[in-house]
Design a protein around this ligand. Structure first.
Ligand code: F6P
Length: 543
């Protein structure tokens, strides 16, 4: 049932027909027809409110979408993930990021053994390490407390901890400083290390595989930098920690066993923040706050597994996305947190969503004939308003938005927060209702300017709100989007937990590298464009 051709399903076709009808209606019509629409199409659960009234939906739309999810076997797929079945079929692995924040006490069996005690053990070791840093007891080789923590990682081993550190900075211990180096560009490491002293710097090498070239190169650079200062290898053990599913490689690099924090094959990189990958966040905010975040995730996991779909936040978010992407041809999705602490949230979601659902073949290995994951992007409000909102309001692309905001500021100052939220509400209002030429004419706008100043409206958005940005709320928001991505993958019948699309570029780079270093052997194997680019590089790089 779960794997039939989606476009041939009667539920899909019914939605297609329904969409034709719905496209004739403007959001203005829908709001005019139902004075209660703003609360009818809103759900509050786990302290999070999702207002989806500014989507072109009716009760019938939601019923049809839920019918599609049911016909795609969503309930069965949720069960399979939470029963630790190997749903990551192309890598033959279960998908267990949810186990990292499961506080129920139940066993989770992988290949005949319960993984929960190991998860707890690593978390306890992380808490001890974090307390040593926070109390100033973790001393460097020269006897000074380590106060600067540099996370060396990329993708999920960077975006998650960086985003969460920024998001929870308000709760962080202020005499500790956190830095995130990801790029192979040597400028990233160099500029980060320039103001730092080896005496009080701890490097966390975060890499699931411990083979990723960017991270390994930066780890080697960090080691060289430390050795310039300390000159003996033995000095390094206090200045390196590792977070990895490959502890042997970390030990071979020279990381002391007591500083290696393990996570496992069954945690996808982009789903790994709740694992040891969260170590810098734990060091910054402390074990109690970190646990609050994990409990937030867990609350959303429970909500996802147990709430009826018409009130289920991740399911609703996913279905509204499917409605926009597949039935209204929206190629993109914009995430707009009206909160500066969440400024890396869109970048984090970009990997989560696009690496998971940027797929063109279904679970049978056949090309799909419908759109899958959207191009996801965004910036915090109000900054985005002064950059790309023009396109959102008057451009030709359909770009559904998620506005994310909080009722209280962590840093109240005069009426700034009220103004921030007024902007957020105003933007979704402007997108939905626009401004007609008649309204403009009534404001004495000259006729010549009417087409330029008209706002068509009818542009969809969600508004997601919570009282305040706490660790608990952050955990809930992350899990909300994780499960949204999962549900969409089920509906599109694609595998959301592999990422084969990142491999080709990596292997081609390995072939090109020797050419840049002067080897001419492989020249003929390169296409003419790459060959010319290499030649240009060689000609000018030595100057
Ligand atoms: O290249 C993509 C990727 O594999 C991501 O999925 C992952 O988050 C990132 O690289 C980093 O991988 P690792 O943690 O193994 O260094």
């Amino acid at each position: 049932m779960g794997r039939q051709n989606r476009k041939k399903m009667p539920e899909w076709q019914a939605l297609g027909k329904h969409a034709v009808k719905m496209k004739k209606l403007h959001l203005r019509d829908l709001f005019a027809a139902d004075p209660e629409r703003g609360s009818r199409f809103a759900v509050e659960a786990e302290g999070i409110r999702l207002d989806y009234s500014k989507h072109p939906v009716t009760a019938e739309t939601m019923e049809l979408l839920i019918g599609l999810a049911r016909a795609c076997g969503l309930d069965n797929e949720i069960e399979r993930m939470f029963a630790a079945e190997k749903i990551n079929e192309t890598e033959n692995r279960p998908v267990l990021h949810w186990a990292l924040r499961d506080f129920s006490g139940r066993a989770v069996q992988v290949d005949g053994s319960d993984v929960m005690p190991t998860i707890r053990r690593v978390r306890e070791r992380m808490a001890v390490a974090a307390e040593r840093i926070r109390s100033g007891c973790w001393l460097g080789h020269g006897g000074q407390p380590l106060t600067h923590v540099v996370n060396l990682g990329i993708g999920g081993s960077d975006l998650g901890p960086q985003m969460a550190y920024q998001a929870l900075r308000f709760y962080s211990q202020r005499n500790l400083h956190f830095h995130f180096v990801s790029n192979l560009d040597p400028g990233h490491l160099a500029e980060t290390l320039r103001p730092l002293s080896a005496e009080n710097t701890l490097f966390i090498i975060a890499s699931k595989t411990f083979t990723t070239q960017e991270t390994m190169a930066n780890a080697a650079g960090a080691r060289a930098w430390l050795l310039q200062h300390f000159s003996q290898e033995t000095a390094l053990s206090r200045h390196f920690a590792a977070v990895t599913a490959n502890p042997r490689a970390a030990a071979a690099f020279g990381v002391a066993t007591e500083n290696i924090f393990e996570f496992w094959e069954w945690v996808g990189g982009r789903y790994s923040l709740a694992s040891a990958v969260g170590l810098p966040v734990l060091m910054a905010v402390g074990p109690e706050r970190f646990t609050e975040m994990l409990r937030g995730y867990w609350a959303m996991d429970n909500h996802f597994c147990s709430s009826p779909w018409e009130k289920n936040l991740p399911v609703l978010l996913a279905l509204l996305g499917v409605w926009q992407i597949n039935f209204h041809d929206a190629p993109t999705h914009v995430v707009l947190p009206y909160d500066q602490y969440l400024r890396r949230f869109p970048a984090y979601l970009q990997q989560l969503d696009m690496e998971s659902n940027g797929k063109r073949v279904n679970r049978e290995g056949r090309s799909v004939d419908y759109a899958t994951g959207p191009v996801l992007w965004g910036e915090p409000g109000t900054n985005g308003q002064h950059a790309f909102f023009q396109l959102l309001h008057q451009g030709v692309h359909r770009a559904p938005c998620d506005f994310i905001g909080f009722c209280r500021s962590l840093n109240p100052y005069k009426d700034h927060h009220e103004r921030l939220l007024a902007n957020m509400f105003a933007q979704s209002q402007a997108l939905a209702f626009g401004r007609t030429q008649e309204e403009l004419a009534a404001e004495n706008v000259s006729e010549a300017l009417l087409p330029f100043r008209e706002f068509p409206g009818n542009r969809p958005s969600n508004t997601i709100m919570a009282e305040e940005l706490t660790p608990d709320v952050l955990g809930k928001l992350i899990a909300l989007y994780e499960h949204k991505v999962f549900v969409q993958g089920v509906i599109w019948n694609i595998f959301s937990f592999d990422q084969w699309g990142v491999e080709l570029g990596k292997s081609l780079a390995k072939k090109i590298l020797p050419r840049l270093a002067g080897d001419t052997e492989t020249e003929s194997s390169q296409d003419s464009s790459t060959r010319a680019l290499i030649e240009y590089f060689k000609k000018h790089s030595s100057k």
